[in-house]
Design a protein around this ligand. Structure first.
Ligand code: ADP
Length: 430
């Protein structure tokens, strides 16, 4: 009996012991679960349940850990997709903004930040009107958000910035539904903007250029047409005929020069006319050019010469360099009254030669000095026409010098004369 009682007591003690151990294990499991849950809530997806050796808790811990494995893998994938999207958006040449129905910026790429002069990271969740300007662009975005209206326009923000601005409406979540529960549509705005300032400037230049060429050609064509028609009148005396023929000859020569200069410019610009830079003796090219204009200069009672300069070699295309000298010398002759002097000289600087073509002519007012290298820009249009100029001579000079890696400029004083200068790279080997 006693042994039976002792057996019962032992069994009860063992059962109680097992019960207490199970209780303690479950308590520890619950605490571990709570800790893991709080870590996950704080964003730590690497945390895992501590292993449990056996029982339901072991299975549960294993399942929770597998769930966390799957979650962190998905989270990592999502992160990679987001990085990829950010990378693509940041390398787009188009500025992109995504704006929510209440007008707050949800996304802005780097290009948009550059266009609007802000750092995209500082302006997320800011109202669009604090970033986008001018006002009419914000009005377009508001219309898109309110009424679902797309918008597309070329906008001149400032003289320095022209934007191709497009607002595309995107129906957002919450706009679906039917019957009584239907909600008004909620629109998001996708803003796409391209900085087309450069393209716009080029188009304007092209338009101006065509207008200028047409205008330049129109004058000689009209003259030739008129005088040729009059020549058909047989009653004209021989002297009048001869003078009309002379005018036709001059005007057609003017057209020839204009077309020639235009072709030179276009060849230089299209780079079809590749430079052949070699070692060139500067004095030799200068002397040839002076010789070419000498007879004409004498007729105009002008003296042309080369003042002493170091005997140097430059890296240049000799034919193009000859053209630069000719254009500058011819200009100097056109704008220097009889009795004047034209002088060519050069000096050496570190690694480059600076060449001067100086005259004692009419000079150029300061306000025009920056612009005379533009095509068709003239200080005095009538005077240029009277000399037979095309308005392209200095543009050609600038093109050739720049293609050689040099610079060109002018110093001038009205009434005292001009000093046209350009630089060329010095050649160290002959
Ligand atoms: P153009 O055929 O009219 O001479 P250019 O391009 O050669 O065209 O020159 C542009 C303008 O620059 C000229 O119309 C003239 O007003 C001015 N210019 C050029 N060279 C001189 C100079 N040596 N002295 C005074 N003005 C000059």
């Amino acid at each position: 009996m006693i042994s039976f009682l002792l057996g019962c007591i032992c069994a009860a003690a063992v059962a109680a012991g097992v019960g207490v151990a199970g209780y303690l294990r479950r308590g520890q499991f619950a605490r571990n679960l709570a800790w893991v849950a709080s870590r996950v809530r704080d964003g730590d997806l690497r945390t895992r349940m501590q292993p449990v050796r056996s029982g339901v808790e072991a299975e549960l811990a294993h399942d929770v850990n597998r769930m966390l494995d799957a979650l962190s893998e998905r989270y990592e994938q999502l992160g990679q997709e987001r990085d990829l999207l950010d990378h693509v958006l940041d390398h787009m040449s188009t500025g992109v903004l995504y704006i929510d129905p209440s007008g707050l910026i949800l996304m802005m790429n780097r290009t948009a930040g550059r266009i609007f002069g802000v750092d995209p990271r500082d302006w997320l969740h800011a109202p669009h009107w604090r970033v986008v300007h001018p006002y009419n662009l914000n009005a377009a975005i508001d219309e898109a958000l309110l009424f679902g209206r797309d918008w597309h326009q070329m906008v001149t923000v400032t003289e320095e910035q022209v934007l191709d601005f497009r607002v595309v409406c995107v129906s957002g979540p919450g706009s679906v539904g039917a019957g009584e529960r239907a909600r008004p549509p909620r629109y998001y705005a996708l803003v796409l903007c391209d900085d087309v300032t450069q393209r716009h400037r080029l188009e304007n230049m092209r338009r101006d250029f065509i207008a200028n060429v047409s205008h330049e050609l129109k004058t000689p064509i009209t003259a030739i047409h008129g005088f040729a028609e009059t020549l058909a009148d047989e009653s004209l005396d021989a002297d009048t005929r001869a003078s009309f023929l002379q005018i036709i000859h001059e005007e057609s020569a003017r057209m020839g020069r204009l077309v020639g200069d235009l072709l030179t410019l276009s060849r230089l610009e299209s780079q079809a006319d590749v430079l052949h830079p070699v070692s060139v003796r500067l004095r030799e090219v200068a002397e040839q050019a002076v010789q070419t204009v000498q007879a004409q200069a004498e007729k105009l009672q002008l003296s042309v010469g080369i003042s002493a300069g170091e005997d140097v070699f430059v890296t240049a295309d000799a034919e193009k360099l000859h053209q630069v000298f000719l254009n500058l010398l011819v200009n100097a002759m056109h704008y220097t009254p009889a009795g004047g002097r034209i002088d060519v000289s050069w000096e050496m600087d570190a690694g480059k030669a600076t060449v001067h073509v100086r005259d004692t002519g009419i000079g150029i007012p300061e306000a025009h000095q920056q612009r005379i290298f533009e095509r068709f820009y003239r200080v005095d249009r009538d005077r240029s026409r009277a000399t037979g100029g095309t308005g392209l001579g200095l543009a050609i000079v600038k093109h050739i010098v720049t293609a050689h890696g040099g610079e060109v400029g002018v110093r001038s004083q009205p009434g005292a004369g001009s000093d046209f200068w350009f630089t060329l790279p010095r050649c160290t080997t002959e």
